[in-house]
Design a protein around this ligand. Structure first.
Ligand code: FE
Length: 339
C-alpha cells in the first residue's frame, strides 16, 4: 500500500513536471504584418495553449535577411507576412519547410495555400475612379487602364511594390508575358504623375482631381469608409469603386500568409499556431482587423465597409501559381518603365 502511494505520488510529481515544461513552451514569430488588432490573437493563442509567443516585428526584407543570416541556429519558428510575392521570395530563399497539417488542408482552400505556406486572409486589388473625370465604362478592367483615352488619368504606386508585382503576375498567368508588357507600357503612358506614395495616396489624389482613376487594395478603401474623420469621408464621397474583370478573369486577389521556418526549434507549436489562425474565431478577427476576408468559409465577419462594397467574382488562380510568375512580372515592369 505504501509502495503504491509512493508510486502515485511520483506519478503526480512527474505529471507536474511535464505540465511545467509545457507551460514554458514558446513560439518565436517573425512578423511583417503590423496591425494592432493582431495583438489580441497572440494573447488568445497563449491563453488557449499555454504557449508563450516571442515576436520580432520588422520589414519583410529585413526579416528574410535576418533568418538567412541566423541560418540553422535561427530561433524563428514562423514568418508572417503579406502578399504572395513576398511569401514567394521567402520560399525561394529556402526559408520554409512543408507545413503538413490535415487541419489546414481541410480548412484552407487548396487555391490559397502551397506546400510551404498558407494564406489566412484575402484582399482584392480594386479600381477607384472619380466620375467627374472618367466614365465608369472606361475603367471596368485592369486592361482598360492602358487604353490611350485615359492619358494623364492614372495614379498608381511603384511598379516594384509587391501589390503591383502580384497583379502583373496574375496578368501574365491569364494573358501571357507579351500582352502584359504591352499593358504595362500603355499604363505607364497614361500616368498622371510619376508613381509615389502608397495606395491611400492614390485614392486621395483621385478624390482631389489630380487623377481620374487609381488602383488600390480593398482594405485601404474600407479603412477610409470606416474612418470618422471628415477629410476621409470627403475622399470616400468622391470615389466610385469597381470590382475589376467581372466578365473575365475576376478581380485579382492577394493574401496575408505564414510559413514554418526550416530550422524551427518549436515546430509543433508552430503548426498549432497556424491551425489556430485557421479557427473560425481567429479567422474572423485576423481578417476583420485589417478589413480583409477570411479564407475559411465558416468564419463569419460583420464588417459594414466590406458589406457596403458588396460581393464580387474573385480570380480563382491558385496563389502558388501566381507566386511563381512574380519575378517575371517585375522584369516586365522594369522593361516597361514602371518605376
Ligand atoms: Fe498594405
Amino acid at each position: 500500500m505504501i509502495r503504491l502511494q509512493h508510486k502515485l505520488a511520483l506519478g503526480v510529481a512527474l505529471l507536474g513536471a511535464v505540465a511545467a515544461v509545457q507551460a514554458q513552451s514558446v513560439l518565436n514569430i517573425y512578423s511583417a504584418r503590423h496591425y494592432q488588432t493582431d495583438e489580441a490573437l497572440y494573447a488568445d493563442f497563449t491563453k488557449q495553449t499555454g504557449i508563450k509567443i516571442n515576436r520580432i516585428d520588422g520589414k519583410e526584407e529585413e526579416l528574410v535577411e535576418r533568418i538567412k543570416n541566423e541560418g540553422a541556429s535561427s530561433p524563428a519558428d514562423v514568418l508572417i507576412t503579406v502578399d504572395a510575392s513576398r511569401l514567394e521570395i521567402a520560399d525561394k530563399a529556402g526559408l520554409f519547410q512543408p507545413v503538413n497539417s490535415s487541419v489546414l488542408e481541410s480548412r484552407v482552400p487548396a487555391t490559397l495555400r502551397t506546400p510551404n505556406w498558407v494564406a489566412f486572409s484575402t484582399r482584392a486589388r480594386v479600381i477607384a475612379y472619380n466620375k467627374d473625370a472618367v466614365k465608369g465604362e472606361w475603367v471596368q478592367t485592369y486592361e482598360d487602364l492602358a487604353n490611350p483615352r485615359l492619358k494623364d488619368q492614372v495614379c498608381v504606386r511603384s511598379g516594384s511594390h509587391p501589390y503591383n508585382v502580384s497583379l502583373g503576375a496574375a496578368m501574365i498567368a491569364h494573358n501571357g508575358e507579351a500582352k502584359t508588357e504591352e499593358w504595362a507600357r500603355g499604363l505607364v503612358a497614361n500616368f498622371a504623375r510619376a508613381p509615389k506614395g502608397g495606395d491611400t495616396d492614390q485614392l486621395k489624389a483621385v478624390a482631389a482631381g489630380e487623377c481620374g482613376v487609381a488602383i488600390s487594395n480593398s482594405y485601404y478603401v474600407a479603412r477610409l469608409m470606416r474612418s470618422t474623420k471628415p477629410e476621409d469621408q470627403a475622399v470616400v464621397s468622391k470615389l466610385t469603386v469597381v470590382w475589376p474583370n467581372q466578365k473575365t478573369s475576376g478581380t485579382h486577389i492577394n493574401v496575408s500568409g505564414a510559413g514554418i521556418i526550416k530550422s524551427a526549434p518549436n515546430r509543433e507549436s508552430a503548426v498549432k499556431f497556424l491551425e489556430y489562425l485557421a479557427s473560425d474565431s481567429a479567422q474572423a478577427h485576423f481578417a476583420d482587423g485589417n478589413n480583409e476576408w477570411p479564407v475559411v468559409k465558416t468564419a463569419k465577419v460583420k464588417n459594414p465597409a466590406l458589406e457596403a462594397l458588396g460581393d464580387f467574382k474573385a480570380d480563382t488562380l491558385p496563389i502558388g501559381k501566381l507566386a511563381a510568375t512574380t519575378v517575371q512580372a517585375q522584369k516586365v515592369y522594369d522593361r516597361a518603365g514602371w518605376r
